[in-house]
Design a protein around this ligand. Sequence first.
Ligand code: ATP
Length: 368
Amino acid sequence: MAGLVLKNIDKIYENGFKAVNDFNLEIEDKEFIVFVGPSGCGKSTTLRMIAGLEEISGGELYIGDRLVNDVAPKDRDIAMVFQNYALYPHMTVYDNMAFGLKLRKMPKEEIEKKVRNAARILDIEHLLDRKPKALSGGQRQRVAMGRAIVRHPKVFLMDEPLSNLDAKLRVQMRTEIAKLYRELKTTFIYVTHDQTEAMTLGTRIVVMKDGLIQQVASPKEIYENPANMFVAGFIGSPQMNTFYGTTYEKEGKVFLKMLDKEVEVPKDKADILREKDHANADVIVGIRPENISCKKADVDKAEVVFESEIEVSENLGAETFLYLKAEGRQLIIKTATAENLNTKGSLRYIMDLNKLHIFNKEEQYTVF
Ligand code: ATP
């Protein structure tokens, strides 16, 4: 069991490209940390530096109390599961799982115990005699995980382990990984570009962009209080709506002009705008699709009602996404599917003003 410390970690590739820039993170023992971000943001590079597969250009990496910058991968007490399982095709499932332990000259009986125990955890005991080509994608992925489990690593590293699986299997394996984490009680670091995996698996999420950490926080905190517009847009599906607005003070209150209407900003939020010097400013307003309501009962009692044309509606069964055109931009509403739901023409809707987000217009950091 071990925590990790990444201190001012940089990665500069041979061609001079800086893929990771001053990465600082303390990971506690038994945390499930997810690195998430768009393609090319440096998440795999960071993971590979932790694994020892990529040289660290600058900074310090500790696993437990040990500085491991120059420690060989096999001596770091970590196990890594890759996107492309990398199983040996000519070996049975049993031998694939046992291989690393045999290399370490572990006694046969002990190997057998470990392999059978991992196979039980992963529910692949009945597949131990098969070769990889006779397995489904999900089963191969389990074997790849089994191979990591038998080593009892201090730290589990996973690089997009589910991205080769079809949608249904992905969901199933995602819950398997969550169970595995509970059962193994060890530190996990998991790379994905899928925000659903990040939200459902992580105890903390590290959102990255262009080699830089944007925010490190729990899934709930990231969702409710994103540090900037990038994080706000990256986490959440459909993504947060954003549009321009202007704030101004009048008679001790703060008002917000947006989408041709004016609303009074709730007092606690108005105080934050004043404190942060954004009470008379051009801003970017954000609101999540589920915080907009077009329910008649809500709209009828509201003081300020917006109105826009519906361009497209998508009925997903329990919920419906309505895509509106507001000030030339798309605005998405997520609502429960209902018989009387308006899905064409003009729609009246309100916003939950307590759920608004305000971003600085130039630098796009969060005001609240
Ligand atoms: P993806 O989800 O696409 O795998 P990622 O966030 O994991 O993306 P990395 O693989 O860490 O991204 O790559 C980060 C950046 O470093 C990318 O811009 C990539 O092109 C660059 N990069 C990766 N390997 C090398 C290399 N060997 N030499 C030069 N640049 C590299």
